[in-house]
Design a protein around this ligand. Structure first.
Ligand code: SF4
Ligand code: SF4
Length: 237
């Protein structure tokens, strides 16, 4: 394996990814605790892929404003397009990594494998937390100071040495904000993110898929109100 410096490697990835429309690119060094939650289909291969590149694309505010009481077709197409763009970006980044002589495993932005827990190969939210992008919000999504929860993510696992977090986690959190609690139609969101009721949320997503004739599990209500800095301004229609 070629010798490379972690800090140089992330700069090379960012340079290669500059035309891919990404709003967030960050990296993490993974431990066994992260891996034990991975889907069994990638647990063995991921054991030798010690690093993660987490990429994100911000959702459109005007599209989210169409979500007033239920997910809309406008949001559905946007959600699909953003996932597609993330998958394409992950593919391109994996290509750069392989050209550098390392291995890369691009994971889908949105593919459910565990239907009880609504989980894919891994949790992009957990990878984002490990990469220092933000915190687990009361709505169970990754929240950043700048964009709130209005970003979709995917992850590339790799053996290319990349910077990990050495600092203790920032004292981040939702603080006094409770905007998402009142908009959830099934009261799945609570004061403590650990009390989030996934079963209630999942049941509502299934109801929306049926009532709105969408063939995917989306909602958007708690996302709409979680726009990061100055949410009041952003929510003006
Ligand atoms: S809306 Fe507020 S309370 Fe809810 S997840 Fe976002 S920052 Fe946290
Ligand atoms: S996605 Fe919808 S149902 Fe689930 S917690 Fe957010 S608002 Fe509630």
């Amino acid at each position: 394996m070629p010798a490379t410096k972690a800090a140089d490697n992330i700069e090379k990835i960012k340079l290669g990814a500059r035309h891919l429309g990404l709003d967030i690119v960050s990296t993490a060094r993974l431990g066994g605790d992260h891996r034990k939650e991975f889907h069994p289909s990638i647990r063995e291969i991921s054991a030798s892929l010690e690093y993660a590149v987490v990429i994100g694309i911000r959702l459109s505010q005007p599209v989210l404003l169409t979500v007033e009481t239920a997910p809309t077709w406008t949001y559905y197409y946007h959600y699909r397009n953003v996932n597609f763009a993330l998958d394409q970006a992950a593919l391109r980044i994996s290509g750069f990594v392989q050209k550098m002589g390392f291995r890369a495993l691009p994971l889908p932005a949105s593919q459910i494998l565990d239907w009880d827990r609504l989980r894919g190969h891994l949790s992009h939210r957990e990878m984002g937390e490990a990469a220092g992008i933000g915190w687990r919000g009361r709505n169970n999504l990754l929240v950043t100071e700048e964009f709130g929860s209005q970003v979709r993510y995917t992850t590339i696992l790799t053996d290319l040495p990349l910077p990990g977090r050495e600092d203790p986690p920032e004292p981040w959190g939702c603080g006094d904000c409770r905007r998402c609690l009142s908009v959830c139609p099934v009261s799945a969101i609570h004061e403590d993110p650990a009390d989030f009721e996934l079963d209630k949320c999942a049941a509502q997503l299934r109801r929306f898929a049926k009532s709105e004739k969408l063939n995917t599990l989306i909602c958007g209500l708690c996302l709409r109100v979680c726009g990061g800095k100055d949410p009041g301004e952003k929510l003006k229609g």
